[in-house]
Write a new protein. Sequence first.
Length: 115
Amino acid sequence: QVQLVESGGGLVQPGGSLRLSCAASGSVYGFYTMGWYRQAPEKQRELVATITSGGMTEYADSVKGRFTISNNNAKNTVFLQMNSLQPEDTAVYYCNLYRWGNNLWGQGTQVTVSS
């Protein structure tokens, strides 16, 4: 049974940086997509960035040029480097694994951008 374990959230001042990590335990093979979504209070969950097992990436327009997603396939891990953070980036960030038509979610990690 694959599980996703996230780390790296926290409190940061505007303009600061954070790096999120998500490790998939268990066996992950074949073609899959891992990524990050976020949900702010009273808002719907939205895509932040995804990366396929082949290395193709996708970003939300709001984070392009500021966030970078990367992965380590050998370790089934995905990272999200977040730079130039702004208060509107405040949300719970969820790791996602999409494979064979199924979605798997992590427990979420809080990112708060505030002075």
